[in-house]
Write a protein that binds this ligand. Sequence first.
Ligand SMILES: [Zn+2]
Length: 272
Amino acid sequence: MPELPEVEHAARTLRAWLAGAPIARARAAPTRIFRSGGRALFERRLAGARLERVDRRGKMLLLSFEGGVGLLCHLGMTGKWVRREGSGPVPPHSRARLELAGGAVLHYCDPRLFGRIEVHVGLDLLTLPSVRALGPDPLVDGIDPSALRDRLSRTGRAVKVALMDQAVIAGAGNIYATEALWHARIHPARPASSIRRGDAVRIARGLEASFAAALATPVEEIAYLSEGRGVDNPFLVYDRAGEPCPRCRRTIEKTTIGGRTSAFCPRCQRAP
Ligand SMILES: [Zn+2]
């Protein structure tokens, strides 16, 4: 599932792809990616639109076009944007497409259809309730450890589950919560309410380190899980149960927390 670094890569790519030419035509298949009326709005309002800017908040892509048309796109579990020349073959699972005046076509591809596309007219996408409900974005707002500790202290959930809550911090999911807690030497099942300021400082540093490493990694590698291709695992502990901890060499174990598999080092990350 795309998390902050993958979505940031998508934002940068879409910014470059849409910078040159306006959209000549927009087409979409009838799928659940669009809520009621969204597909008709997509086809009607994006024709002729010229990009103003691309923002990202957490895992949400926010494309603003001149004339007050906005596109919110959440990639869900398997969504991605793919660029093809107009005459080229249509990529698999293309659900919607933007045909650019220059001839290129941007396809929104999503095999499992958990993604979401919304078209909004006449408002600033950053003011949408779903965007305002997000916690701070680590790249846009930074991570303030005291504020993070305050938000974590309000819940008895496992700290890993709390870190995946987009209202606590926007952009982390299973991968980066796992990586950050390994950096911070905190067991993923520890109650979030037990996190002290020093722990929050280490979690903030851990998130920053994991995001920075991913943003410096070629996108084909960080997308290895969703692509299912034979690319090496670029992560330190995520999906590495049975392998040695990169810090202490103890064998990494896995457990299930909040329904998700969590890898951790039993020596570096002591059970609560
Ligand atoms: Zn270790």
